[in-house]
Ligand binder design. Structure first.
Ligand code: ADP
Ligand code: MG
Length: 610
């Protein structure tokens, strides 16, 4: 910065003196000094990259400046080096601003923690809290660690993690995240993770890594530049040998620098990823961004993704007429399951009274559960489970099931030994924002939206129709879900899979793009997914896709513009309409325009349908 500034002043001084007296001896000296001051860092830079066998733009500028000095064009040498230095300075500043999105996040990082040690409360740096420590958070303070609320009640702003600024209520047993703010209330938290292990710290690392990662198109460009720069040098040399016009050759050399082209992709990627991060959307890098922008088919898991994932018990059918007994048996078996269907069944059963002991508990993934209760083998699950256990399901049971499934409900059978003794009917309502999802996704160029579920076909059909989806795959076991994704990909489509990231991890990994939703605090999602929506909100999906497409078209605009500028300048040089200084000016202006265009992405908001 200092050298740019000084050389600028010297140039101005030399130019003014030149205006007063064209023959003064100071002007060339001032220009030469200006060129040396501004050029030295460029030459050093060129030399450093040259040692890695990279012939970059600084090398081009250095050669051009040296050439200009050699033929006595000090004025040109000074202007070329000054403009290049000034351009780099502006570029660095603008990129810095673009990275500001990340810095804003970093400013949310917790610094101190109030920890209870014995009877005492001590304040220590947040990074020194240990797992298991009891952390106290007063109103207005930042939560310093990831953990579980032991006592207290508070409204917490989780914007740092989920991008959502509407505060959420946190009470006993709730998960809280470091970097979020306790707006009102008092919390005592048992620490699960601290320092570098917190979700917040990992988000920061992911965003940093993503912004540094080079996309495939960027690598192509780098490879291109490796041939392009020496190529231009040869062309310039040939031009000089043929025309004997040193100024023309030098102008050619400088003007052909692909400055704007080189930064066209990275600035847009950094800006796009920065915008996303502020909304709680993590895009794992330029390459991922490019893939996201090309998605054609989106496959969504039903339970927990399209629906709330909190089914309610709507009805019971007991063959023997004793509904309470059926619920008691089913609840006892489900007590050991972590499936979303289990919770409402257990809760309803517990209302009726204490549940008995059970043994020989077994999970049948994507099918159901079974256990031995009071010496009886009880199973709760789908028809597939009954088939597997050789349970005899008769017409009566099937027709009971079907009539409920047509309503979009999930029906599970309950069996004792080899007989169906009843069924439970549950309903999981679609998320409110699921109704506009298809419309919003299509607006951003998605061709089809498909549901994938382990639930039965009738339920799937009812929900798919209600939400206006393009199709559904039902009754798929977890491993079959992977096969569905593979099939869709084999049809030549670019497929994204959206799931909760825990039990859908294999399908997420198989898809072209894995999208994890509501992923705050889940490690698997952070690792397998390409796109992570920290907030448990479906409307962030169209936002993320719109932003990715926006970023891709921004890159395209930049590249096309940069190429046009280079060609226009080259044509100008050969047409003798462009001289060294004006060419350099146009060149640097194009670099700035590319940066400014990319910065629009920071303010980008995907258009909502009116
Ligand atoms: P989804 O794709 O909707 O997440 P899953 O693959 O988890 O569905 O489960 C598929 C089906 O298996 C459920 O619709 C249900 O019929 C049955 N099932 C799975 N686990 C259980 C359980 N714990 N209790 C009863 N039924 C279950
Ligand atoms: Mg599931």
């Amino acid at each position: 910065m200092w050298s740019t500034f000084t050389s600028g002043i010297l140039i101005a001084l030399g130019w003014s003196l030149g205006r007063l007296n064209p023959d003064n001896v100071y002007t060339p000296v001032l220009m030469l000094v200006a060129a040396i001051i501004a050029g030295a860092p460029i030459a050093r830079n060129a030399w450093q990259t040259l040692r890695f066998r990279i012939l970059g733009i600084p090398a081009l500028v250095t050669v051009a400046a040296l050439g200009a000095i050699a033929i006595g064009e000090y004025w040109e040498a000074a202007v070329v080096t000054f403009l290049f230095a000034f351009g780099s300075y502006l570029e660095a500043r603008t990129l810095d601003k673009t990275r500001g999105a990340l810095r804003e996040l970093l400013e949310l990082a917790p610094e101190i923690a109030r920890v209870r040690r014995g009877d005492e409360e001590v304040e220590i740096p947040a990074a020194e809290v240990e797992v298991g420590d009891l952390v106290i958070v007063r109103p207005g303070e930042k939560i310093p660690v990831d953990g579980v609320v032991l006592t207290g009640l508070a409204t917490v702003n989780q914007a740092a993690i989920t991008g959502e600024s509407i505060p959420v209520e946190k009470g006993e047993g709730d998960q809280v995240f470091g970097g979020t703010i306790n707006e009102a209330g008092y919390l005592e938290i048992t620490t699960d993770r601290a320092g570098e292990d917190t979700t917040f710290a990992r988000i920061i690392h992911l965003v940093e890594a993503a912004q540094a990662e080079k996309g495939r198109s960027q690598e192509l460009l780098d490879r291109f530049a490796r041939y392009y720069t020496p190529g231009i040098m040869i062309v310039a040399l040939l031009t000089f040998l043929i025309t004997r016009n040193a100024v023309l050759a030098l102008t050619l050399l400088v003007i052909a620098c692909p400055g704007a082209l080189v930064i066209a992709t990275p600035v847009s990627v950094v800006a796009g990823i920065g915008n996303a991060a502020k909304q709680g959307i993590l895009i794992k890098g330029g390459d991922h961004l490019e893939k996201i922008g090309r998605i054609e088919t989106i496959v969504l898991d039903k339970t927990g993704t399209l629906t709330m994932g909190q089914p309610k018990l709507m009805g019971i059918w007991a063959r023997a007429g004793d509904e309470k007994e059926l619920l008691r048996l089913a609840g006892t078996v489900e007590r050991f399951s972590e499936h979303p269907l289990a919770k409402p069944i257990v809760e309803a059963a517990e209302v009726e009274g204490p549940l008995p002991e059970a043994s020989a508990f077994q999970v049948w993934p994507g099918r159901g559960v079974s256990a031995e209760v009071e010496g009886r083998l009880i199973a709760v699950g789908s028809i597939k489970l009954m088939e597997q256990l050789a349970v005899d399901f008769d017409e009566v049971a099937i027709s009971r099931l079907r009539e409920q499934e047509k309503l979009g409900r999930t029906a599970v059978l309950v069996s004792e030994g080899l007989e169906v003794i009843g069924a439970l009917f549950l309903a999981d309502t679609p998320r409110p924002d699921a109704y506009t999802l298809v419309r919003d996704l299509k607006k951003h160029g998605i061709k089809e939206v498909i549901m994938l579920t382990g639930d039965n076909a009738l339920t799937a059909k009812a929900i798919a129709e209600e939400l206006g989806l393009d199709g559904y795959y039902a009754e798929k076991l977890p491993e079959e879900k992977v096969e569905v994704i593979k099939e869709l990909r084999q049809k030549g489509r670019i497929v994204a899979m959206v799931g909760d990231g825990i039990n859908d991890a294999p399908a997420l990994a198989t898809a072209d793009v894995g999208i994890a939703m509501g992923a705050a605090g889940t490690d698997v999602a952070l690792e397998t997914a390409d796109l992570i929506l920290m907030a448990d909100r479906l409307d962030m999906l169209p936002y993320a896709i719109g932003l990715s497409r926006g970023t891709l078209s921004n890159i395209r605009q930049n590249v096309v513009f940069a190429v046009i500028v280079v060609f226009a300048l080259l044509a100008g040089v050969f047409g003798q309409a462009v001289v060294l200084a004006s060419g350099m000016l146009v060149h640097q202006a194009s670099v700035l325009l590319v940066i400014l265009n990319a910065m629009r992405l920071l303010r980008y908001r995907p258009a909502k349908v009116a």
